[in-house]
Write a protein that binds this ligand. Sequence first.
Ligand SMILES: [Fe+2]
Length: 161
Amino acid sequence: MPVIKDKISLEKLLQRMYWIEAEMEQLGTWEARIEMMEDNVAALETLSHDSDQHGEIIKKWLIKGNINIPTEAPPGLPKHIFDFDGLASPEMFRIIMKYEILAMNVYKDMSNTDPEIIKELLPEENDASDFLSDMEQLIKDESMHAGICKKQIGGFTKVMY
Ligand SMILES: [Fe+2]
């Protein structure tokens, strides 16, 4: 059974993910503000860099689907998702990991959209299959990102995903 069965839901999820990826891209700006070890910094750079690319992928599908590119936070999302003031890096990566898992699950849901709805949104030849292969890549990346966060959190977590 497809998880997403109507076009509006798919459109809204794409807009939300665009916003979340843009916020994730900003993670790099915390490097200077939190005292971090070298591999914390490298991890943050990977997450930030990949989120930039993910945002571009989502933007491509927003444009192809004639969906507005959000210029402010979509309903239900704060203007800025991340505020790590006063937190140590394990807590910071614990928060980031939540969003990586959330992103992975949303991309899983999107790849599980009713094929008729994908065709309705993206009628051009090959677009539907390109969309699905992009989702597969995003799921893999987010799973890898969650793993990166888990490693940075260290041995103090039992979060399952
Ligand atoms: Fe990510």
